[in-house]
Design a protein around this ligand. Sequence first.
Ligand code: SF4
Length: 250
Amino acid sequence: MDPALTAEARSLLASVRATLKELAEEGVEQFDRTSDDAIGLPPRRDAPALPESDRELAQSHPREKAQALEAVRLELGECTRCPLCKGRDQIVFGDGNPEAALMFIGEGPGQEEDRRGLPFVGRAGELLTRMIEHGLEIPRSEVYICNIVKCRPPKNRTPQPDEVAACRPFLDGQIDAVRPRTIVTLGRPATSLLLGRDVSITRVRGTWHEYRGIPLMPTFHPAYLLRQYTPENRRVVWDDLKAALARSRQ
Ligand code: SF4
């Protein structure tokens, strides 16, 4: 190879490494289609811009929330605290902005989530992402999404009480780290856990509650919505999400 070219390639590589290091120090952990502006590119047309009020919130505790969240993840480690560890491929900790104003909490990872290590990336997750990005018009990467349990229950069964109890401190740790302005619980198990009683999601959805001092809005799980994709169900979930977004911006 031409030595001049090799030197140029090395110089370019060093420059890229330096830029990546700077971004990492600023808390940028990954690049996706909604974080183009982090590397100086204009946002793509299909990536909704973050409203000013959310930007202010994100800048109010720079890095502290990300560090607190990272501490929770470190504490979790390669967890074997409950039997769900035996069937998992990967721990699915959470996804999104540590400084999010809006936090979504579901029940547990499914097959696709277990495979990819990310929450809500299967069919139900795609619907949730569409509702966030095309309905609420905020990038998915600007909310925070996680589950009650971080390991996939066998055959997607409901997590057992001992499994929920073992994993709950880490969910609480995530909530305390992010301190969102509003929590949205997706489906009955997540709602029942955070409300401290067994609830009917049909009855409680659309009504305001509180968890650890944070306003909480229950709504249907997107998997339920996929099964019962009626105009009425879509309308009520849409109403719930709009109410949650509005509260998160107050
Ligand atoms: Fe640990 Fe939670 Fe996974 Fe159980 S579900 S093994 S408590 S991370």
